[in-house]
Design a protein around this ligand. Structure first.
Ligand code: PEP
Length: 249
């Protein structure tokens, strides 16, 4: 049985002071032994959120990292820097990073290798644009993203990874994929992992859906056999997140 994982991607929201207040609001209410809950605040709030989460089972994640260990990469953050702050998870290849910061399948692959080498749990984001869905090529797009992200990643490492299917047209738009649409792509992702590795790896990897998940649609999405969690943007900044992690209640 895969333990569900629900992560809140706070994006570029919350000062450190505001982040502490949000942790205080949410942390007791989201404690759920049957679901792994992760907060992914901006870099500048990681320390404050870590302190605020002291004694809690909520995990700490970053929204990005660089694939090099250190060096002349102004403005970037390494895996070791994250680990030193107590970060356990890292989002890799979010569509906003791909869209605005030139992330490619190749950089996603390099980051995935580095995160796994360092012992961070990667949340690898894949998903098609609206145009790609309208053209009916979403399966090909997501298949390529998965194959390229996992290039030369060993099976035991792959099994530790979380994959987030996030159709770009559903992110921050209020337009959620139907549970059938989300399930179909999550199933393709699992089938791809089985082709690349084997059924053990495919059955171990947790696959999240992300894209306008909220308190009203989470139950149906989480009821699908290949959806093991959610990557939540906007609704993770509100008390709604409490209901989201209590899906099915
Ligand atoms: C996200 O940022 O990963 C996301 C899914 O955002 P939202 O829930 O706001 O659509």
């Amino acid at each position: 049985m895969r333990k569900p994982i629900i992560a809140g991607n706070w994006k570029m929201n919350k000062t450190a002071t505001e982040a502490v207040a949000l942790v205080e609001l949410l942390k007791e209410k989201v404690a759920n032994k049957d679901v792994k809950v992760v907060f992914c605040p901006p870099y500048t709030s990681l320390v404050a959120v870590k302190e605020g989460l002291d004694g809690s089972t909520v995990g700490l994640g970053a929204q990005n990292m660089h694939f090099e260990d250190n060096g002349a990469f102004t403005g970037e953050i390494s895996a070791d820097m994250l680990l030193d702050l107590g970060v356990e998870y890292v989002i890799i290849g979010h569509s906003e990073r791909r869209q605005y910061f030139n992330e490619t399948n190749e950089t996603v692959n390099k980051k995935l290798h580095k995160a796994l080498e360092k012992g961070l749990i990667p949340i690898v984001c894949v998903g098609e644009s609206l145009q790609e869905r309208e053209e009916g090529i979403q399966e090909a797009v997501v298949t390529t993203q998965v194959c390229e992200a996992f290039k030369n990643v060993q099976a035991d490492d792959a099994a530790k990874t979380v994959v987030a299917y996030e159709p770009i047209w559903a992110i921050g738009t209020g337009k959620t994929a139907t549970s059938d649409q989300a399930e179909e792509v999550c199933r393709w992702i699992r089938e791809n992992l089985e082709k690349i590795y084997d059924s053990e790896v495919a059955q171990t990897v947790r696959i999240q859906y992300g894209g306008s998940v909220n308190a009203s649609n989470v139950d149906e999405l989480m009821g699908m056999p290949n959806i093991d969690g959610a990557l939540v943007g906007g609704a993770s900044l509100k008390e709604d997140f409490v209901r989201i992690v209590q899906f099915g209640a």
